[in-house]
Structure formats: structure tokens, C-alpha cells
Design a binder for this molecule. Structure first.
Ligand SMILES: C[S@@+](CC[C@H](N)C(=O)[O-])C[C@H]1O[C@@H](n2cnc3c(N)ncnc32)[C@H](O)[C@@H]1O
Length: 221
């Protein structure tokens, strides 16, 4: 039997889904689109980078990708986006999660949806806008690039229900994947996570969240 994804309207009017096994929403109930923009895009300073290289843990429904893509297209910045996704949704689930994007971003997103065949291997899409690669792998087994990312979006389900991608060895690998000066953002403020980020070598800060009290931002100096 196919898993049932429950659809939710988040506080800013953008939709999200609740994962049937993890029983958590893919994005913040306080605003899926708001979280993608205010936390991942802006707290990593990706909106200021002339040619961002984003590494994401948990591509999910591509909300963070779409927010980043729309921003980059709007200011003519070339985007390189590398995401890891261990439990990809089926294409029709992705189709059911539309967002009101600008025309250019909508056209690229239509290409992503058309190319979404996780069972065939990684999705690679290239265009004048940049490059997207989604690797359908567990981040714990992945060989991450070294010193590459200008931004890291750490966005698995919560450490309570989905502890694996928050483990110290993953945080160390993310530190190695970050270029000097890179920022990592995540919605979790769990003490264990913050200690793990510090131990991996990041400078760690708690910043005020939207809806949620606080988020975590880390930097590789
Ligand atoms: C909160 S959702 C991500 C939402 C997504 N960033 C977006 O913008 O739509 C968490 C995602 O992490 C993925 N995930 C969980 N464990 C993982 C792992 N070990 N490696 C890679 N992805 C994982 C889940 O399958 C899920 O798609």
C-alpha cells in the first residue's frame, strides 16, 4: 500500500506534507516558504553570494531549493546545488506541492519534476541558471566534496525521530565539505547538535527564529 502524506497549510499560506513514517512535517508549520527564505537562504548569506554552492542534507520536497533558485535567478547569480536524499518521495507527491514561483524558477522546477527518477540514480540538471545534483543516498554513506560548500542546509527530520543524519561523524564530514567562510543553518537548537557542531570545528550561534524561538547558525572560519 502507498504511504499517505497528509497535506498541511503552514502559517504563511505555503503547503507542506507530513511524512507517514516520521510523522513530522517536511517544513516548519510556522511557514514552509518563510523558513526556506529566512533560515536557509538568508542565515547562510546565500542571498548575498555571487555564485553560491549549496550542500543540503534532506532535499525533501525541494522547497529550500526553489527558494534559493528563485533568489539566484532574480539577481543573476549562478547556483550550484548538491543535495542528499535518503528517502525520496514519488514524482506525484512532488507534483502535489506547488509554490507560487516566478516564471523562470517555475520553468526550472518543471524540469526537476520531469527528471525525477530516483530509482535510476542521481538527478543532474544543468542550465544557464546553474546546476542541481540530487544524490539519492544516506548522507552517512556519502562521499561529500571537500572544502566546496559556501552554504550548508542541514534539514533532516528532527533528531528525535531521525537521529542518523545529526550524528557527530556527519557533522565532521559537513565541516570538511564547507569552504572557509561557509555558513551552516538548521532549525534545530538541540544541545547535542550544537556541541557536535562545535566539536567538528564550527563556530556556533543561536539566532532568533520566525515562529520558532531560535535557530542554529554555524560558521567555518
Ligand atoms: C525536513 S525534510 C527536508 C525538507 C526539504 N529540505 C525541503 O526543502 O523540502 C527531511 C528530509 O531528510 C531526508 N533524510 C532523512 N534522513 C536522511 C539521511 N540519513 N540522509 C539523507 N537524507 C535524509 C528525509 O527523507 C526528508 O526528505
Amino acid at each position: 500500500m502507498k504511504p499517505e502524506y497528509q497535506r498541511l497549510l503552514t502559517a504563511d499560506g505555503s503547503p507542506t506534507l507530513v511524512h507517514p513514517r516520521f510523522q513530522e512535517a517536511y517544513s516548519s508549520r510556522y511557514g514552509a516558504w518563510t523558513q526556506a527564505n529566512a533560515l536557509y537562504l538568508r542565515q547562510t548569506r546565500t542571498h548575498l553570494h555571487p555564485a553560491p554552492r549549496v550542500l543540503e542534507v534532506g532535499f525533501g520536497l525541494g522547497v529550500n531549493f526553489r527558494a534559493t533558485l528563485e533568489d539566484c535567478l532574480g539577481r543573476g547569480a549562478r547556483l550550484s546545488y548538491l543535495a542528499y536524499e535518503a528517502f525520496p518521495v514519488e514524482a506525484e507527491v512532488l507534483e502535489g506541492l506547488e509554490l507560487p514561483l516566478d516564471e523562470g524558477a517555475q520553468a526550472v522546477w518543471a524540469q526537476v519534476r520531469a527528471a525525477w527518477r530516483p530509482w535510476e540514480g542521481p538527478l543532474v540538471l544543468l542550465g544557464e541558471w546553474g546546476r542541481l545534483e540530487v544524490r539519492f543516498e544516506d548522507v552517512r554513506q556519502a562521499r561529500l566534496p571537500l572544502g566546496w560548500a559556501s552554504a550548508i542546509y542541514l534539514d533532516p527530520f528532527s533528531p528525535r525521530v531521525n537521529p542518523e543524519p545529526w550524528q557527530p561523524e556527519v557533522l565532521r564530514a559537513l565541516f570538511e565539505a564547507a569552504a572557509p567562510g561557509a555558513y551552516l543553518a538548521t532549525y534545530s537548537v538541540a544541545g547535542q547538535l550544537r556541541r557536535g557542531l562545535l566539536a567538528a570545528g564550527f563556530r556556533v550561534e543561536k539566532v532568533p527564529g520566525v515562529g520558532k524561538k531560535a535557530w542554529t547558525v554555524a560558521r567555518r572560519d
